[in-house]
Design a protein around this ligand. Structure first.
Ligand SMILES: NC(=O)c1ccc[n+]([C@@H]2O[C@H](COP(=O)([O-])OP(=O)(O)OC[C@H]3O[C@@H](n4cnc5c(N)ncnc54)[C@H](O)[C@@H]3O)[C@@H](O)[C@H]2O)c1
Length: 269
């Protein structure tokens, strides 16, 4: 069964990792997916993977930090049907440094991508989600179906994580956005929920010493973290994508303003 057949979906940061797995999952379940990433080549690769599997996708290359880009991206996504039905605010980045060494730029950059990026995309989606639903309400007497927004936060933000003051502040900001927009848009049948991945196997969690981009986690700390995971392994990107599919689909129509940890039972104080 295709859970999101013919729904129009936008997934940010979908060129790699969790975002790619979400875009592939949504497309395999019938959605027409806009694959956003700030990096062009990975975005195009995701589109190729989806096309090779018989799905429908198109790339949208640009940064979620730029509101004129997010306006254009959401308009383009809505061009086919006049509606955006699913928005997944997955794009995220880390720039880890303990607080006494954190620069203004480290702080602003991480807040801009992880938090302002979510705000930009939701506001840009408003004409195509909220206003479309409102028109349906006025013209048909009811909203035709629930539309879905899925935001991202992190178990690191719930727990607190040394070296990630910028990232954890941004991610907890997404929880506030989730609860507030869920309340603002409930009457338009727009569900807003959030997913907190635990330790997930992507470039953000690879051994930092082995990566050229400065991302990742120091190897020794990484091994200590994996040793504490109840299932004995990190999440795969697809473990997270499965929960996002639930939130994107009609299976979660009566769930809004909620957060769920996809952490394999990892206990968070
Ligand atoms: N990997 C984990 O363990 C983990 C844990 C908790 C939360 N998360 C969150 O899950 C989400 C996905 O992370 P991931 O691990 O797949 O990371 P990733 O680095 O593998 O993929 C993230 C993608 O987002 C893109 N991106 C970065 N900045 C962007 C911008 N300004 N505009 C558009 N795209 C941009 C990157 O180019 C990249 O392709 C992020 O929000 C991250 O914070 C990840």
């Amino acid at each position: 069964m295709e859970l999101v057949a013919n729904r129009t979906a936008v997934v940010t940061g979908a060129g790699r990792g969790i975002g790619r797995a979400i875009a592939v999952r949504l497309a395999a379940n019938g959605a027409v997916v806009t694959v956003n990433d700030v990096d062009e080549q990975p975005a195009r690769e995701t589109v190729e993977i989806i096309s090779a599997q018989g799905g429908k996708a198109e790339p949208a290359v640009g940064s979620v930090t730029d509101p004129s880009f997010t306006d254009a991206m959401l308009s383009q996504a809505a061009a086919r049907t006049g509606s955006v039905d699913i928005l997944v605010n997955n794009a995220g980045i880390t720039r880890d440094r303990v607080i006494h060494r954190m620069t203004d730029e480290d702080w602003s950059f991480v807040l801009a991508v992880n938090l302002t990026g979510t705000f930009n995309c939701i506001r840009s989606a408003s004409p195509h989600m909220r206003d479309t639903a409102r028109r349906e309400l006025e013209e048909l007497g009811e909203v035709r179906y629930h539309r879905k927004i899925i935001n991202f936060y992190s178990t690191a933000a719930i727990r607190g994580n040394p070296g990630q003051a910028n990232y954890t502040a941004a991610k907890m900001g997404n929880v506030g956005l989730t609860r507030t927009i869920a309340a603002e848009w409930a009457r338009f049948r727009i569900n807003v929920n959030a997913v907190a991945p635990g330790f997930t196997d992507t470039r953000l969690t690879q051994p930092r010493e082995e990566q050229a981009d400065g991302l990742g986690i120091p190897k020794a700390q990484r091994e200590r973290m994996i040793a504490t995971l109840p299932f004995g392994r990190p999440a795969s990107p697809d473990d997270v994508a499965a929960v996002v599919l639930f939130f994107a689909s009609p299976l979660s129509d009566f769930v809004t303003g909620q957060e769920i940890n996809v952490s394999g039972g990892h206990q968070i104080p």
